[in-house]
Design a protein around this ligand. Structure first.
Ligand code: AMP
Length: 197
């Protein structure tokens, strides 16, 4: 299964991706995680990305497209993958089609998590609290100011992907405000339908 999980920050894409990587035995490819790893490792990409990420902006398309093209060529992606946080622009979505086409394959489905935006800031704060309680490190972009910028970027640059993937026939929408298990059940139902069609 080659899947995209789409939705604003805090919509639950990462949580659901973790559930489905186990069910389908495919990796979760989070461009945010890959970029944070590059920042931590101090690579050239990481150095360029850090300032942009700290401000809640988007890293240039050509940088993330290359990261994804390299990553999906790895052997653990042979049976598919879940893209979490990519594509984030129509340019990235078009590049992804080209990347997959060049490998003789296509997407299976795009799952969009619909959420009540007023609740997203609360979710982010809860994530920060839970991370601190567990003794983990809080993301430098998980603060109210940067979160607002990330949401604005989503509206401007990522939200148009709903229309894009409706037109390509890949889009399925789920209620991202339900309980985690209920959201997962809805996603599973949609994926079974997509597999059968
Ligand atoms: P995330 O972990 O998905 O919330 O991403 C954290 C940050 O990494 C974003 O706010 C962006 O700065 C950057 N980022 C992650 N994925 C992408 C992408 N597909 N395109 C551009 N920037 C990205």
């Amino acid at each position: 299964m080659k899947l995209i999980f789409l939705g604003p920050p805090g919509a639950g894409k990462g949580t659901q991706a973790k559930i489905f990587t186990q069910k389908y035995d495919i990796p979760q490819l989070s461009t945010g995680d890959m970029l944070r790893a590059a920042v931590a490792a101090g690579t050239e990409v990481g150095k360029k990305a850090k300032a942009i990420m700290d401000k809640g902006g988007l890293v240039p398309d050509e940088v993330v497209n290359q990261i994804v093209a390299d990553r999906i060529s790895e052997s653990d992606c042979i049976n598919g993958f879940i893209l979490d946080g990519y594509p984030r622009t129509v340019g990235q979505a078009k590049a992804l089609f080209d990347i997959l086409k060049s490998r003789g394959t296509d997407l299976d489905a795009v799952i969009e998590f619909e959420v009540d935006e007023d609740k997203l800031l609360e979710r982010m704060k809860k994530r920060v609290e839970e991370t601190l309680k567990a003794g983990g490190e809080v993301r430098s972009d998980d603060n109210p100011e940067t979160f607002a910028k990330r949401l604005a970027e989503y509206h401007e640059k990522t939200a148009p992907l709903s229309k894009f993937y409706t037109e390509t026939g890949h889009l399925h929408t789920v209620d991202g405000m339900a309980e985690i298990s209920a959201v997962a059940a809805e996603v599973e139902k949609l994926l079974k339908e997509a597999e059968a069609s």
